[in-house]
Structure formats: structure tokens, C-alpha cells
Design a protein around this ligand. Structure first.
Ligand SMILES: Nc1ncnc2c1ncn2[C@@H]1O[C@H](COP(=O)(O)OP(=O)(O)OP(=O)(O)O)[C@@H](O)[C@H]1O
Ligand SMILES: [Mg+2]
Length: 296
């Protein structure tokens, strides 16, 4: 583990004083990319009738180890805690209980370092929409301390591979389609190495072709970069196809974490589908028509 990894980082975004992020940190290969230990988070919201604050438990007792190089899928109903988990790992929220470590670094004690090692791509991607893709990438890389020239060359290569024409780099982001904006977000996520990519529903709202491109790209990234990927999705086939393991989360707790073939054998019923696994683990029945279709 690096001695004082944050030295020079806390002072701000002055690239000259920030250690070159491309210099490998002394992280041993068997350190998990992500460890989540007993994590709980409860929000508060105001009851509109009584005006009193009430607790909204989001996640509780989460334990998870993601080895380096893995693609882990997270499936769960709306409101089950997927985005909360991702935001806790991304240092955007503080846990009430438990610990999160990214490549062995505690997310609270080493927040700035962890921010350089993780990258979050979310459906509500945080971009400055009036700026161009190139400007956004320059801003993000300044933030993460990647030397700008290196980052720009790398970003261009990645965007070319993703099929985003170079001319699209120089128009305001708001003039790009949603799928094109997702591609810029992914390019930004790949500028650091090793990296833990946190993809919160990256394919939601994309057309089937763009969805396939993003999925293929995720697989390629894992093969060609030192990347570990945590991806939430509502697409059962996507989870089945690209993830090494799938975690099913329900009401803020993991119901199961395993390879999809094992999940299907154990919870997939006669049909042996991920959809059936999902319904079994969240404690609901597929409706009758679906069950018949599934061959029961
Ligand atoms: N900022 C917040 N304030 C209050 N409650 C919140 C906040 N963010 C999330 N929650 C609550 O925490 C719970 C988990 O929400 P979360 O966004 O993690 O779900 P999700 O699994 O990502 O859902 P979806 O599939 O709809 O994206 C929900 O009950 C939600 O209402
Ligand atoms: Mg969400």
C-alpha cells in the first residue's frame, strides 16, 4: 500500500502539485477493487402531513467483495438501494455504519485518492451541458489530476473506438443525443488506471444498437484496461450476458450474489431465466401468463 497516497492531492486541482495519476500506485494485485463491509445508510424525509422528519432506510448490512477485473452486476427493483450503494462507493454519500474500501483505501479517509480511482457514469450524468465534450473531458481530467495532453489523446482514442465522430467533440454537449453523451461519460471514466468503474444504469434509455455497443465496450474495457466494473441495470439479459457475477438487491439488502448460471440453477425455476431469479429473490410471483410462457 502506498505510504502517504494523499500527499499533494488535498491542496486542490493544481495539476503541477498532484502526483501523476498514471504512475502506478503500489496496490497489490490481490487487493479487491471494492470491499463493502456492513454498510448502512438511512435518509430522512419530511412527512408532508405531520411536518416531522422520518427515516427512510436505503441500505443496511451490505457486505460485498469485488475482485480486481470482475464485472459485477446489480439488479433490484426501483428504490432497492442500487444508486445509494454506488453513491456511497463514489464518496458522494457518507455511510451511517460500516466501511467501504476501494483498492484497499478507505473511502472516507482517502476521499481524494479514491475519487481518482473510481469513475461513475450515471443516467443523470453530471456534465456541463453548455460545454463541449472536449471541454468537459479537460475539466474532469483536471479534477482527477491526469495530465491534460495525455488525457486528451487517450479520450480521443476511446471515443473513436466508441464510434463518436471527432466533430461531435467540439459542439456543446446538450446538442448530443443521450447515447452520445453516455459515450462521453464512459470515455471520461476510462482516463485513470487502475479504475473501478461504477456504471449506474448506463444502458437505460439507449436504443438496442447503442445498448449493444456499450455492453461490448464494457467487455472490451475489462479485457484491455485494468478495469473493474460495477454495473446496475434493469436489463436481465444484459446482466446475464456481460457480468461475471450478479448481486440481487431487495429493500436495501443483498438477497444473493453469485454467477448467473448458478443463480439460474438455484432460483430460476423451470424456465431457468434471470427474470425468474429476480422474482424469486424479491419474493414475488411472475404472473400466470409469464409462467406459462416460461414452460411451467
Ligand atoms: N437523497 C435522498 N433523500 C431521501 N431518500 C432517498 C434519497 N436518495 C434515495 N432515497 C431513498 O432511498 C431508497 C433507495 O433509493 P435508490 O435511489 O438507491 O434506489 P435504486 O435501487 O437506485 O432505484 P432505481 O432502480 O429506481 O434507480 C429509496 O427508498 C429512496 O426513496
Ligand atoms: Mg437508481
Amino acid at each position: 500500500m502506498a505510504g502517504d497516497p494523499e500527499q499533494g492531492v488535498q491542496g486542490g486541482n493544481d495539476v503541477a502539485t498532484v502526483p501523476d495519476v498514471l504512475t502506478p500506485l503500489n496496490i497489490s494485485a490481490d487487493t479487491p477493487a471494492l470491499r463493502v463491509m456492513g454498510v448502512a445508510k438511512t435518509f430522512r424525509e419530511k412527512d408532508p402531513d405531520t411536518g416531522r422528519w422520518r427515516p427512510v432506510p436505503a441500505v443496511a448490512g451490505l457486505d460485498l467483495d469485488v475482485p480486481r477485473g470482475e464485472i459485477l452486476g446489480i439488479l433490484g427493483p426501483n428504490g432497492s438501494g442500487k444508486s445509494t450503494l454506488i453513491r456511497l462507493v463514489a464518496t458522494l454519500l457518507l455511510a451511517d455504519e460500516g466501511r467501504v474500501e476501494v483498492f484497499g483505501f478507505d473511502v472516507e479517509r482517502h476521499r481524494m485518492l479514491v475519487r481518482r480511482l473510481i469513475n461513475r457514469v450515471s443516467v443523470e450524468a453530471s456534465f456541463f451541458k453548455k460545454l463541449t465534450a472536449a471541454e468537459n473531458l479537460a475539466y474532469a481530467t483536471g479534477l482527477y489530476g491526469v495530465p491534460n495532453r495525455v488525457a486528451q489523446v487517450r479520450a480521443r482514442e476511446i471515443l473513436e473506438r466508441l464510434g463518436l465522430p471527432a466533430k461531435k467533440l467540439i459542439v456543446p454537449l446538450e446538442q448530443l443525443s443521450r447515447g452520445q453523451q453516455q459515450k462521453v461519460a464512459i470515455a471520461r471514466a476510462l482516463l485513470t488506471s487502475p479504475t473501478l468503474m461504477l456504471l449506474d444504469e448506463p444502458t437505460t434509455g439507449l436504443d438496442p444498437k447503442s445498448r449493444r455497443e456499450v455492453q461490448e465496450f464494457v467487455l472490451e474495457v475489462r479485457a484491455t484496461h485494468d478495469a473493474t466494473i460495477v454495473i446496475s441495470t434493469h436489463d436481465m439479459d444484459e446482466a446475464d450476458r456481460i457480468c461475471d457475477r450478479v448481486a440481487i438487491i431487495n429493500a436495501g439488502q443483498f438477497a444473493a450474489i453469485d454467477r448467473s448460471d448458478r443463480l439460474k440453477a438455484r432460483y430460476g425455476g423451470h424456465a431457468g431465466t434471470m427474470e425468474q431469479v429476480f422474482f424469486t429473490l424479491i419474493g414475488e410471483q411472475l404472473d400466470e401468463a409469464d409462467q406459462e410462457e416460461g414452460g411451467t
